[in-house]
Design a protein around this ligand. Structure first.
Ligand SMILES: *[C@@H]1O[C@H](CO)[C@@H](O)[C@H](O)[C@H]1NC(C)=O
Ligand SMILES: *[C@@H]1O[C@H](CO)[C@@H](O)[C@H](O)[C@H]1NC(C)=O
Ligand SMILES: *[C@@H]1O[C@H](CO)[C@@H](O)[C@H](O)[C@H]1NC(C)=O
Length: 532
């Protein structure tokens, strides 16, 4: 009795706009599951006008997202699905990237400054000078916004735009300028632009601007004053899951947008880290960790960031998170491949590392640009130590995998010390997690259960889950997402004695990497060195 229509995909569906640093995607999920029905993805080019700058054209971003929506819905139709069964849409995007536009024309006033752009290094310097009592304390604003002064955050980028782009300054002064992170810009444009488009953001995005008070979850007049920015540019702050607006045109005209989450926060939701003590790690060239601290705000003593995790509904309790990152994770393997030639491709890593039983006491600290949390030593440089006559490439590859694991342990230990909440389990995603040996090492070296996501798109999934929750209150976000049941944890196979010994050895390797950069030599020695 099987007819073609029996195999057609059946709704309801939830769409997720995932606007990343290098590409945009529109993904269609079966509602309430991690089942991806279809998606469409297009690269978004970055513009590098000067060294250290990184921009994107906000118009290109909008057009790309619209093409992704058109592409994915076309695929849905060809699979027999109905576009009208897409009941709602969530947005997730790269955080901190900053767009400014004109409310009269609906057009951008400048290119978007992407999060990794560091033209604002000098702006941070100027802002440090403005701190009272000549204190130059990068943590001066931390009690208000949870963040240290850093070139990344939108408040600093906005200040740069005001100081350096006359049209932006004029628009700010006359009240026609509107600011948004990419989510806000997209939502504004997609819901009608200058003709009634909504100007909104969610608490997770707002928490990364340095302009929102981390306690009240509102824009803070003292922070605005510090950055010299007018309140008129700011969007309304909403929860991560509520009705934002409806699409004004295109095939999805009339469809509601009901979720907006920062990418790392969306991954926290997509990984179902929905109670305190749960953490997720996303392994890419670097590694991003978020640790759910529940409804309490934890101010880190180890330089980690305090951020809003999510607030799923206007009246819902906000959940907070500690955020930390490892700057060199997968990037260490790129270095082994491109600079040293020890491997040809990342596909070899697992097999090579598995040919040896251990790293033969080799430790690799890939502190190429210094060490961040929890060491905060800018002058650290990479070391590979413990080499002997028996050391082979395989040992070094294995030590590189372990280096990622140890760095993650460094951050998790700091998070644990800050919040005293025991880590229940670590949810992992990202490119490196296809490597089973790596997951085993991560579990062994931290001493916890490690659970791999069943799909790679945890960020989009989190946005879709939050969007669905906003329209279907009976939906339990903790429910199993997959027909194939819960995920199998990878469990530690070594005992705490061995684990602690290995970690002590890692700390010895860290000691050897610290203060390597010669600028920190005492004056006399430095002159001798320069003269040599
Ligand atoms: C950011 O600045 C550093 C110097 O402080 C520079 O080496 C780096 O290349 C810059 N980032 C980008 C994206 O170019
Ligand atoms: C959205 O942005 C695009 C690209 O800038 C523009 O062509 C379009 O008119 C905008 N839509 C609205 C409704 O303003
Ligand atoms: C802002 O919201 C988007 C979703 O629209 C999300 O992807 C992004 O991560 C949020 N930004 C921050 C800083 O959390």
């Amino acid at each position: 009795m099987e007819t073609p229509s029996d195999t057609a995909v059946v709704g309801p569906f939830v769409g997720a706009i995932d606007e990343g640093t290098t590409s945009a995607r529109f993904i269609i999920f079966r509602a309430g599951t991690d089942d991806i029905v279809c998606y469409h993805q297009i690269e978004v080019p970055s513009i590098f006008q000067k060294e250290g700058w990184c921009e994107q054209d906000p118009m290109v971003i909008v057009n790309t997202v619209n093409e992704c929506i058109a592409g994915a819905t076309k695929k849905l139709t060809s699979l027999g699905g109905q576009i009208k069964d897409i009941i709602t849409i969530g947005i997730t995007n790269q955080r901190e990237s900053t767009v400014i536009w004109d409310r009269n024309t609906g057009q951008p006033l400048a290119n978007a400054i992407i999060w990794l752009d560091n033209r604002t290094t000098s702006t941070v310097e100027e802002l440090l000078e403005a701190i009272p009592n000549n204190a130059r304390n990068i943590n001066y604003l931390r009690p208000l916004c949870g963040l240290p002064l850093s070139p990344y955050f939108s408040g600093v980028k906005l200040r740069w735009l005001r100081d350096n782009v006359p049209t932006v300054k004029a628009a700010m002064d006359s009240g026609v300028a509107m600011f948004g992170t990419i989510d806000t810009w997209l939502m504004y444009n997609l819901t009608g632009g200058k003709n009634g488009g909504v100007h909104k953001t969610d608490v997770t995005n707002a928490s990364r601007t340095m302009l929102m008070n981390i306690e009240t979850l509102q824009w803070d007049p003292n922070l605005l004053k510090f950055f010299g920015l007018p309140k008129t540019i700011l969007p309304e702050i909403c929860s991560s899951a509520e009705f934002y607006g409806s699409l004004a045109q295109g095939v999805l005209k009339g469809t509601s947008i009901t979720a907006d989450l920062g990418d790392q926060q969306a991954a926290l939701v997509g990984q179902q880290c929905l109670s305190k003590g749960q953490a997720k790690a996303t392994y890419g060239t670097g590694c991003f960790l978020l640790y759910n601290t529940g409804p309490s705000i934890v101010h880190s003593q180890h330089g980690l960031l305090t951020t809003v995790g999510y607030q799923l509904g206007r009246k819902a309790t906000p959940y907070y998170a500690l955020e930390g990152s490892v700057s060199i994770a997968g990037a260490a393997f790129n270095w082994l491949r491109d600079n040293i030639g020890l491997i040809q491709n990342s596909g070899q890593i697992e097999a090579m590392a598995a040919t040896v039983d251990n790293s033969l006491d080799v430790y690799f600290v890939p502190a190429f640009n210094g060490l961040y949390a929890p060491y905060w030593n800018q002058d650290a440089r990479g070391v590979i130590c413990g080499l002997s006559e028996e050391t082979t490439s395989e040992h070094i590859v294995r030590a590189t995998l372990e280096a990622v694991c140890f760095q993650v342990r460094d951050i998790l230990d700091s998070m644990h010390k800050d919040c005293k909440i025991p880590l229940a389990k670590l949810m992992v995603d990202g490119g490196m997690t296809v490597n089973n040996l790596f997951l085993q090492l991560q579990s062994d070296l931290v001493g916890i259960h490690v659970l791999r996501a069943k799909i790679a798109e945890t960020t989009a999934l989190g946005a879709a889950m939050a969007a669905y929750k906003a329209v279907e209150n009976r939906y339990s976000m903790e429910a199993p997402l997959s027909k194939s049941g819960p995920r199998e944890p990878v469990k530690p196979t070594i005992g705490s004695t061995e684990r602690n010994l290995r970690y002590q050895k890692w700390k010895m390797a860290i000691d050897r990497s610290l203060n390597w950069e010669t600028s920190t030599l005492p004056q006399g020695e430095r002159e001798a060195f320069d003269g040599a």
